[in-house]
Design a binder for this molecule. Structure first.
Ligand SMILES: C[S@@+](CC[C@H](N)C(=O)[O-])C[C@H]1O[C@@H](n2cnc3c(N)ncnc32)[C@H](O)[C@@H]1O
Length: 321
């Protein structure tokens, strides 16, 4: 069985390995995460970034009790920890598990698992998105979280690579020894731990990545794809060029694309063959220069109020609360 597929795009030849191969740039494995992870060398990965199955009964998962689900996840997390380099990080992106109308925020449960194995939480990032289901019995959910854990106190954090323009770059200190001097950083400000779609893009206090939905340029058939942009921020901040990024539940390969965009080595595992095929296709499109994605930091479209759909329809004019 060959584990290497040589591919030629318009511009270059690249190989996708299906099993671990030392120093290779792209490894995309079709199979079960737990089994595959056992084949990776210990202490070899710089960043693990993933959105695991949420146990909410999507096509690709069998719904288990919360206890069974968490136990299975803990087994994988322990293995992931052993593969991580000491200066490495894990970014774990999750939403809610829902049972009988009650919500269980998964990050609360995952926090304990990561703490038990000795990892340290550096940020609980709120990823806010503007669209989704409209709930009738509770407030509509409009965010998920990313738990960023490090293995040690000596970790990579490249703040300058992800700074965003300051709201008031011309602000100066008004007292003290620096009175009159510019108080900000010419490269921009720290983007904060709330990532939200922007009213006025980089100029607003929040960021947001549009949730990957039907009219988004990156959308594939995957029901829970995350935006490339979300992963790019984690990769730029938490790794350096040439580092290894691993996504143990890689779906249609979003993490791999984000890593390749920034000259990292990438490893992805996915159990559904249809998603693997799409991941391969997206990688090819990426090398061909044909992959559609929102450029990092591109403005999110805001209705001007003049579009027909953003006006209150005449039928609703007389409705009162
Ligand atoms: C939330 S989705 C991740 C989507 C991904 N972030 C993307 O942008 O395409 C979780 C993925 O994990 C896969 N999966 C679930 N259990 C798995 C396992 N044991 N081994 C490998 N993949 C698994 C599912 O098929 C699903 O595609």
């Amino acid at each position: 069985m060959t584990t290497e597929k040589k591919m030629t795009s318009n511009s270059e030849t690249y190989s996708i390995y299906t099993e671990y191969a030392k120093d290779e740039k792209i490894i995309l494995h079709h199979g079960d995460s737990l089994m595959f992870l056992k084949t990776l060398p210990d202490v070899s990965i710089n960043l693990i970034v993933t959105s695991p199955p949420y146990n909410i009964g999507k096509d690709y998962e069998e719904k288990a009790t919360l206890e069974v689900y968490l136990k299975n996840q803990e087994n994988i997390i322990k293995l992931l920890y052993s593969k991580l380099k000491s200066e490495g990080s894990i970014c774990w992106e999750v939403g809610n598990y829902i049972s009988n109308g009650e919500i269980y925020p998964l990050d609360i449960y995952f926090y304990d698992i990561f703490k038990r194995i000795g990892m340290k939480l550096r940020n609980r990032i709120v990823w806010h998105f503007g669209h989704g289901l409209h709930c009738k019995n509770r407030f509509s959910g409009r965010y998920e979280t990313i738990l960023w854990f490090t293995k040690s106190d000596n970790y990579v954090f490249n703040l300058d690579s992800i700074r965003v323009p300051a709201k008031y770059p011309g602000k100066r200190a008004y007292k003290g020894p620096n009175k009159g001097k510019l108080s900000g950083n010419p490269l921009g400000k720290n983007p904060s731990d709330v990532w939200k779609i922007l009213e006025d893009d980089w100029m607003a206090a929040f960021w947001e990545f549009p949730n990957v939905k039907s009219n988004h340029p990156e959308k594939t058939i995957h029901p829970c794809q995350f935006p490339i942009e979300l992963v790019e921020r984690c990769i730029l901040a938490l790794t350096n060029k040439g580092d290894y990024i691993l996504d143990p539940f890689c779906g249609v390969g979003t993490t791999l694309i984000a890593g390749l965009k920034h000259s990292r080595k990438v490893i992805g595992v996915e159990k559904e063959v249809e998603y693997i095929k799409i991941a391969r296709q997206r990688i090819r499109q990426f090398f061909d220069g044909d992959l559609k994605f929102r450029p990092l930091g591109k403005k999110v479209y805001q209705p001007t109020g003049r579009e027909q759909v953003s006006k209150v329809p005449p039928e609703w004019k007389d409705y009162k609360k």
